[in-house]
Ligand binder design. Structure first.
Ligand SMILES: [Zn+2]
Length: 228
């Protein structure tokens, strides 16, 4: 085996890092969340390239290892965010860097419609206590939440929303690159969504086995009915 060292080694290492970055951009273009397994041989090693191969009976991916589709993992990242971010800063050779990069993107998307939850995340990352967050929510959103409720939003609701968004991305990635999925247009909102139980309820009497109106529209019309 040929051994390189000194400047050559540095050049090669740099090239490898660049390659890794490109590879990552490609992966990201496919919108595939990272689904690595086997946490840590060393402090910075988390294996990246592990796929979910199993789907449950309803067609939901079953994540294994360090997957953003797992709410517990998302919660764990949120709780340790500052430290993970600091540890992986500029370390493009570390999987943690990619994990955090993906996490931030998915988190932004998942919470785009929930400004208050996003604010809680920001406050938590800044190291604020729940009692301080409570005050900020009162001032900025005119909402009073109990400390317990704020804590449960951060520990349960927010990680679930992020993991749910990761599942969306995984399904889209899977059914556009691995297997040809069927996409259909909701007859109410007109959005094109994957013909999957996550987006359309089952309907035995319809041709493709799903309702023609998406779950989101069905739920909102149900709420409308309850109001009137
Ligand atoms: Zn719809």
């Amino acid at each position: 085996m040929k051994v390189v060292n000194g400047k050559d080694a540095f050049t090669i290492k740099k090239a490898l890092i660049e390659m890794r970055k490109d590879q990552y951009i490609i992966k990201n273009a496919y919108r595939k969340p990272i689904v690595p397994v086997k946490l840590t041989r060393s402090k910075y090693k988390i294996k990246l390239d592990e796929d979910v191969k199993i789907f449950d009976d309803d067609g939901y991916p079953i994540p294994e290892g360090i997957s953003l589709m797992n709410p517990e993992i998302c919660s764990c990242i949120l709780c340790n965010y500052s430290r993970l971010k600091e540890d992986s800063w500029d370390r493009f050779e570390d999987d943690t860097w990619y994990l955090i990069y993906d996490f931030e993107n998915i988190c932004d998307e998942a919470l785009a419609d929930y400004p208050m939850l996003m604010r809680i995340v920001e406050c938590k990352i800044d190291g604020l206590q729940n009692i301080e967050i409570q005050k900020i929510l009162q001032e900025e959103f005119n909402i009073t939440h109990s400390l317990e409720y704020i804590s449960s939003l951060f520990r349960n609701k927010i990680p679930k929303l992020i993991a749910d968004k990761a599942v969306d991305k995984y399904l889209d990635w899977y059914y556009t690159t691995q297997e040809k999925g069927k996409y259909k247009k909701c007859s109410r909102c007109g959005q094109i969504k994957l013909a999957h139980n996550k987006y359309f309820s089952y309907n035995k009497t319809s041709k493709d086995g799903f309702y023609s109106i998406c779950k989101k529209c069905r739920n909102s019309s149900r709420k409308e009915k309850m109001k009137s």
